[in-house]
Design a protein around this ligand. Sequence first.
Ligand code: ADP
Ligand SMILES: Nc1nc2c(ncn2[C@@H]2O[C@H](COP(=O)(O)O)[C@@H](O)[C@H]2O)c(=O)[nH]1
Length: 434
Amino acid sequence: MKFPGKRKSKHYFPVSNRDPLLQQSPPESEQSASWVVGIDQTLVDIEARVDDDFVRRYGLSLGHSLVIEDDVAEALYQELVRENLITHQFAGGTIGNTMHNYSVLADDRSVLLGVMCNNIEIGGYAYRYLCNTSSRTDLNYLQGVDGAIGRCFTLINEHGERTFAISPGQMNQLHAESIPESTIAGASALVLSAYLVRCKEGEPMPEASMQAIDYAKRYDVPVVLTMGTKFVVADDPQRWQTFLRDHVSILAMNEEEAAALTGIEDPLLAADRALEWVDLVLCTAGPQGLYMAAYTEDEAKRQTRQPLLPGAIAEFNQYEFSRAIRRHECQQPLRIYSHIAPYMGGPEKIMNTNGAGDGALAALLHDITANRYHRAKVPNSSKHGYHWLTYSSLSQVCKYANRVSYQVLNQHSPRLSRGLPEREDSLEEAYWDR
Ligand SMILES: Nc1ncnc2c1ncn2[C@@H]1O[C@H](COP(=O)(O)OP(=O)(O)O)[C@@H](O)[C@H]1O
Ligand SMILES: Nc1nc2c(ncn2[C@@H]2O[C@H](COP(=O)(O)O)[C@@H](O)[C@H]2O)c(=O)[nH]1
């Protein structure tokens, strides 16, 4: 486990081999002590530059992610090839991206559950998917299928707006029997997306996801849900609110999804509303940066040393230096909030916004898993007087998530090609004040 950042003395976690305390503990086994599990629809992103007429001609709707039939997909693909419009092809899928990015950041194991072709052709989509996934992402539990994985046509117009057309192939054929109970039991988090319910009648993916949620609840593993797109939420916000309350601990969304879910446009107020259902909220807001909202133990709250921020909740960041805890672990829960503007004001030139939110979530997962790892290694540390959810304060997690989003915006693929540069590892240094 690579820690989310080198710490000043008060937070310092000894990861160096020379540390005598660590030398007392048994050597790390090949199999990592901490991991996250995600379920996804196995998808390859096929990115192309198109005009709005193209989007209309194929019955798509600008800015939406829609599922298309095989014949439409074939015609669309043939036109992209004929007109030479394809610019990039990457492994994709919102949770696949998150697991990959987590493994790159933590230099540690994530487990991806989903389907994979039984017969893989060199150069084919399945082959590309595997080649473009971190070697730290454990793919041993993928379920074989006879047929193709999914394709996500990512159509980008002249204003940079993305329209997704999903050709599902066999991506929703994951069965409940393919969900490994013990792998979920030992995980730091189970990560799902709202896309998993977007299936045809009778497809097994929703049941497989519910099986995974049941296991997670059985072993008190936090369930993380990312909203995917506002259109999935907008179909039935009430149903999602109930789903969150019944099954989810951590919610990741952008401000549009937040508005669709809660009916509240202000991301801070929407995140606050969502705390009625979940323990922690990550709400990205494009050029506005990102918000987090969570619970802390009142007795252990910590005052911020940053300027107090105005907003719909006055001075909302007052206790952002506190660590997050799940509500049911609190004696006296206190709501805490934090916000950060885009790192360095955002990149000079955004290469691609694809996956910026997934990147932020990967950083949050890294912090949560680091906390569990530290608790297992140094259980009597003063850092574990309470059963915290995060290793760092809400403010630190915001910085880290924001930094990772910036990295994704600076490259074409939604998947990080490398970790953050070493010299930036300290999240508390003046670096952040530049
Ligand atoms: N136009 C932008 N300028 C600066 N930063 C941006 C911009 N768009 C996104 N970001 C950064 O990326 C993060 C995630 O972006 P967002 O578009 O909200 O995610 P999603 O991919 O889930 O829609 C934001 O919190 C912000 O830090
Ligand atoms: N599992 C699914 N992933 C999907 C679907 N439609 C799009 N996507 C993936 O999202 C990311 C981009 O993420 P974003 O947070 O920037 O919107 C991209 O890589 C797509 O593969 C879907 O229906 N299911």
